[in-house]
Design a protein. Structure first.
Lengths: 897, 284
């Protein structure tokens, strides 16, 4: 009974397996590390996310909470036990998997449901899946798939030239639904060392190490310790070269809780058994009123400004004014995959395979820290289980890289949920004030905006936020006189970085709620007010940039009917009286795609081998949003061959040219533009070789490429052609860089070459006694220029809305208090309303085939539309987010007073 | 490596407990979240192998709920309406995955101020059966949970069962929980209500509120005030804040402020009473 390593016998997917294991081991650990069945994912180790859901005798349980002893002798079913089920094909058909990290858990929970109730209602499905969190999809398409888990064929793959606009299943979907997708924690080279970090318990603090050698010697087995003094290169990194300020391992002083100060590495069993509290280090409190960085004595990192006309004068002369103050807190990305990865040496090249959104930036920064030439470091992105901005920054890459480099052995690290939440970036907390004026007809005349954004201990994307906010704080409206300032300020708190929208969602909350007040004062309908002021083609933005292909008015026009219906609904419901009050709100968004006024190129290579393989080198990291599919669709059509013939070479700094980072809603537009050009260039080359006209059709069959029109057919024998250095007999490589113009000292210029637009109408019900808010319906209208893939685009809208709803109603990260997914709440299946999506296609003159970005836009209108609807229902504007029940009631009391 | 015991006989479990130094484990839905380790730390006594500890039985004296009975077991059990609230609470515990593993005794022994089971079991006048190698003693639930994360469990003892006396298996019941999202949520406030009705009037009332103080609490003053009152739409109005809030000691935390908690609890109480009154009227 007391033997520590019993041989456990388990029945997994109808196979009996025996292995030595401690009976108290988490079943998730046993499956993944003991049996190598890594389809079961671990997101929290606390039963909060459900990613590790497996079936025990048919009943769903969290494998992370199940001791191995309790699973012995029972039937365990994991995702690997599902083979080509109707449910899995429904997940593909409906686009239910985006990043795919929650998919195994969802599939298992749904399998148990369908076993119990073969044709469940939506409510039953919501309840059954309520224990699995998803951060990408907003759950809509997952529930759709569960309710449609019937036999159904995938849509046929489109013909040559027909793939853009087709409702294509994602091309990289199959491994996401069969459990074989390999994320950061899923690849384990033989003999890999495990790495753990010693981290600061609080900040600011200073520290000194005790006798490290003595501690090392007190443990059996080889134990490596690394500190800042072991770092061979420059111990400083950051996403923007001019603001590089973060150490990989702190030197003697920590600026935030959770900052890493040392690493321990060794065989996994030893490293897991270490009691890190005994690590010899002495902490001392440091003065919290000292500047976070000596280089910035007032803690202001940077101020962004956009100024045109005479805003103060315009406000003085306005017929109506609205002024407001809005505060938002830290928001956590809460992707279900905590950071994980592994590094190893291949000859004298260091290979790092980890979750990421930005392989080239990872390479450049990590190489500098480790003192390596760029060609000696290869970044091989793992499948990334959600990013939303936070996986743009380095996390464990330099740490595992250091260990692999120093020891010559593979080094693996997996952040715990708490470690991930405490140490990676957040959405900037904001404190914003603004005043907006209109004339007697309701036309906007001027606006001032002033915002403080807490960028935390290190710069990260603070400069980007302070730059983007003043550009976008006007909203997608014509404002002749404007003055906006946004400061990114250091603090001894978590790092704020990139999170879907770079500060623009926060600014929109202030601007869009002030618009409702202005519409009321001007005696106008709130939608009509926005329509009157919406930016039109040929008008200039607050940066003085004249825009074309502006779909803002079209979005608002598309919402007219849903808006009227929603208002009528609220009126009818409210006429019945009672504690439940019903409200309707609207808000708009715009968002510039790509970097702000600085170069931002992507390069795409496409080639055909002598064997007739057509390959697309697609270096844009697909973190679930769909770039593997969308970029391929664009390139296939530009080339004129069927998409089914295209093989994707996924992001890998050794094999794919630089497609920049997955950020700023830029991949469809920027990398898509490079793909369009590469496809067209290869087509042109083939047409020239065969001397055929531009309408000719291509046909690739084996090693013969046939080019034909109604008069003639020419054949290219691919095996007769000479291969280039990349192994292609026919190839093209094209780069696209958005034509932007840097902003001047007044923020005037052309910061982005393409913008996207949208607006959302929210219906909700406020319980005026409890202060709870239930969003009951959302209509989202988004202008994406050209709809490349309707399934993926709708998935972006639904997922963005879920994050916007969380921002509005429940999400607030409090350092040291909410470092888990039961105190930090994100929406569950039961919190999401039905969503109607309307896509507008107002072509952008610059975008590929007219396309614009979408990924970040979709989150922006949700929170302000919810606040506007709460105000419509109750008369009270909540000015501190999230609008938790007690804050809603407090706002109602204040509004009455 | 620490020991892991999973006996199938109660005597063996009690013997191990008497030796001391073991942590009792059942559903592990609180033990595992408390550690980042790959295995449960320390020496563990896993009681889920003891068949006698799982399941719900009834006798003339009342109902006996075995310590290792899971929330899913409670949901699936055929129980009188007095237990409806316990089933409703069971459905609100975490998620289906948690309900399949988590046990009712674990909920009590973990003694979280926001434990979903406690208000219901208080209004069912539950007693806990504590067993050690020396024998068995029973304690009213109210005396068992002594503070946040604190119980009257003595060294060498385990909570082996929960008794609900026949006198409390009367009337109809309701549970209501308020959280900031739909599923997987820790309560801001919760209420459990059981009323027994005779000739359209309240004969007995048992009311409790959770997550509004260090431990969940009964509301004796309001219970008294309800007795003899007609069971109709006028009933909820008797549950005024002035009677309810003095019985509470809510804290402000990340989920809500203290004043809101007390107010919300009172409102939930009125709604639960309204629901029950409506149910009785409909049945009459």
């Amino acid at each position: 009974m007391n033997r520590p390593f019993d041989t456990l016998t388990l029945s997994v997917n109808d196979e009996t397996v025996s292995l030595p294991a401690h009976p108290g081991t988490r079943l998730s650990e046993l499956l993944r590390e003991g049996l190598g069945m890594r389809g079961t994912k671990v997101g929290c180790d606390a039963g909060d996310c459900g990613a590790c859901t497996v079936l025990l005798d048919g009943a769903p349980v969290c494998a992370c909470l199940t001791p191995a002893a309790q699973a012995a002798g029972r039937n365990i079913t994991t995702v690997e036990g599902l083979t080509a089920t109707r449910l899995q094909s429904a997940f593909l058909r409906h686009g239910a998997a985006q990043c795919g990290i929650c998919t195994p858990g969802m599939l298992m929970a749904a399998t148990a449901l369908l076993e119990r109730i073969p044709t469940p209602t939506r409510a039953e499905a919501e309840e059954a899946l309520g224990g699995v969190l998803c951060r990408c999809t907003g759950y809509t398409r997952i529930l759709d798939a569960v309710l449609d888990a019937a036999p159904g064929a995938a849509p046929p793959m489109p013909d040559a030239g027909q793939s853009v606009g087709a409702p294509l299943e994602r091309l990289d979907g199959a491994p996401k639904v069969d459990g074989s997708e390999s994320y950061g924690a899923d690849h384990v080279p033989e003999g890999a060392l495990l790495v753990r970090a010693i981290r600061a318990p609080a900040a600011p603090m200073t520290f000194t190490f005790g006798d490290l050698e003595e501690w090392q010697a007190a443990h059996a087995g080889p134990l490596h310790i690394f500190t800042a003094s072991d770092i061979p290169g420059v111990n400083r990194f950051g996403v923007i070269p001019a603001f590089v300020d973060q150490p990989a391992l702190a030197q003697s002083r920590v600026r935030m809780r959770g900052e890493a100060v040392a690493l321990v590495a060794g065989d996994p069993a030893l490293i897991e058994s270490l009691e890190l509290e005994t690590f010899p280090i002495t902490w001392a409190e440091a003065p919290s009123d000292a500047p976070v960085h000596d280089t910035h004595p007032d803690n202001t990192l940077i101020t962004g400004v956009v100024r045109r006309g005479t805003a103060q004068d315009a406000l003085k002369n306005a017929a109506h004014l609205a002024s407001g103050h809005m505060r938002t807190g830290y928001v956590e990305h809460a992707y279900i995959e905590p950071e994980a990865g592994v590094a190893w040496m291949e000859g004298d090249t260091l290979v790092i395979r980890a979750c990421t959104q930005a392989p080239i930036m990872d390479r450049d920064d990590t190489a500098r820290i480790l003192g390596l030439p760029l060609e000696k470091l290869r970044i091989l992105p793992a499948a990334t289980g959600g990013g939303f901005g936070a996986k743009l920054d380095l996390s464990l890459q330099p740490l595992i890289g250091l260990v692999a480099l120093k020891t010559g052995r593979p080094a693996r690290m997996i952040y715990s949920r708490a470690e991930s939440m405490a140490t990676t970036t957040k959405r900037h907390p904001s404190d914003m004030r603004g005043t907006i004026g209109v004339d007697a007809e309701g036309r906007l005349t001027g606006m001032t905006f002033d915002g403080d954004f807490n960028t935390g201990a290190y710069a990260s994307w603070g400069p980007t936020v302070s730059g983007r906010v003043p550009v976008h704080a006007s909203g997608p409206y014509y404002i002749p006189h404007y003055h906006a300032e946004a400061r990114a300020n250091y603090s001894y708190e978590p790092i704020s970085g990139a999170f879907r929208g770079f500060g623009v969602p926060q600014a929109a909350i202030l601007q869009e709620t002030l618009f409702d007040e202005l519409a009321d004062k001007a005696g106008m309908d709130r939608l009509a007010f926005r329509h009157l002021n919406a930016l039109r083609d040929g008008q200039d933005t607050v940066c003085g940039q004249v825009l074309h292909g502006v779909g803002m008015a079209a979005c608002l026009e598309a919402l007219e009917e849903p808006w009227k219906k929603a208002l009528a609904w609220a009126e009818t419901e409210n006429a019945q009286g009672g504690a439940m009050r019903h409200g309707v709100g609207v808000a708009s968004c715009w968002y510039g795609c790509g970097n702000t006024g600085i170069p931002n190129p992507s390069t795409i290579r496409v080639g055909i081998t002598a064997q007739g393989d057509l390959r697309l080198h697609q270096g844009a990291v697909d973190i679930g949003q769909g770039s593997n599919t969308v970029i391929t669709q664009i390139c296939a059509d530009a080339l004129g061959l069927p998409i089914a013939q295209m093989q994707i070479i996924d992001a890998d700094t050794a094999r794919t040219p630089d497609c920049g980072k997955t950020s700023g809603s830029r991949q469809t537009y920027v990398t898509g533009s490079a793909a369009l050009r590469a496809g067209a260039a290869l087509r042109q080359r083939i047409l020239q070789m065969t001397n055929m006209g531009k309408e000719a059709a291509f046909h690739l069959d084996g090693t013969t490429l046939t080019v034909s029109d109604c008069q003639a057919a020419r054949h290219i024998a691919l095996s007769d052609l000479q291969a280039d250095a990349n192994g292609y007999v026919l190839a093209a490589e094209e780069t696209y860089d958005p034509p932007t113009r840097p902003l001047d000292e007044n923020g005037q210029g052309a910061p982005y070459a393409v913008y996207g637009y949208g607006a959302q109408v929210v219906r909700l019900t406020v319980d005026t006694r409890l202060g709870t808010v239930k969003v009951t319906h959302i209509t989202a209208a988004h202008d994406l220029g050209r709809l490349i893939n309707p399934i993926l685009a709708e998935g972006q809208v639904q997922g963005g809305i879920a994050q916007g709803l969380g921002l509005a109603l429940m999400e607030e990260y409090i350092p040291a208090r909410t470092e888990n997914l039961h105190d930090y709440l994100i929406p569950t299946t039961g919190d999401m309303p039905p969503i109607d999506t309307i896509f507008l296609e107002v072509p952008d003159p610059e975008g590929p085939m007219g396309a614009k970005g979408l990924g970040e836009h979709v989150l922006i209108p949700t929170a302000p539309a919810i606040l506007n609807a709460i105000r419509h229902a109750t008369g009270a504007l909540v000015t501190e987010l999230p609008a938790l029940p007690h804050r809603v009631l407090a706002a109602m009391r204040e509004a009455k007073a | 490596m620490a020991a892991y015991h999973r006996p199938d006989r109660m005597e063996d479990a009690l013997g191990l407990l008497a030796e001391g130094g073991v942590t009792i484990a059942a559903g592990c839905t609180d033990l595992f979240p408390a550690t980042e380790a790959r295995s449960l730390p320390g020496s563990v006594l896993d009681i889920t192998g003891i068949k006698a500890l799982r399941g719900i039985g009834s006798a003339s004296s009342g109902f006996r709920i075995g310590a290792a009975t899971t929330w899913s077991d409670v949901i699936a059990a055929d129980l009188p309406p007095a237990f409806d609230m316990l089933k409703e609470a069971a459905k609100e515990v975490g998620s289906r995955q948690i309900q399949n593993a988590g046990t009712i005794a674990g909920n009590l022994c973990n003694a979280s101020p926001a434990a979903d089971g406690v208000p219901c079991l208080l209004t069912l006048d539950a007693e806990v059966e504590l067993t050690s190698i020396q024998g068995v003693r029973t304690l009213p639930l109210k005396a068992f949970i002594t503070g946040p994360r604190q119980t009257a469990l003595a060294p060498g003892e385990m909570l082996s069962a929960i008794h609900v006396p026949q006198s409390a298996v009367q009337g109809r019941s309701r549970f209501a929980k308020l959280g900031a999202r739909r599923y997987l949520v820790i309560s801001i406030a919760m209420v459990a209500v059981r009323i027994e009705v005779e000739d359209g009037h309240v004969k007995q009332a048992a009311l409790a509120i959770g997550a509004c103080g260090p431990v969940a609490t009964r509301l004796p003053e309001l219970e008294q005030a309800l007795i003899g009152q007609p069971v109709d739409s006028s009933l909820p109005a008797l549950a005024i804040d002035a009677i309810i809030t003095p019985a509470l000691a809510p804290i402000a935390d990340i989920r809500a402020d203290a004043i809101y908690r007390a107010h919300a609890a009172a409102e939930l109480m009125r709604r639960a009473l309204a629901d029950l009154a409506h149910e009785y009227e409909a049945a009459a």
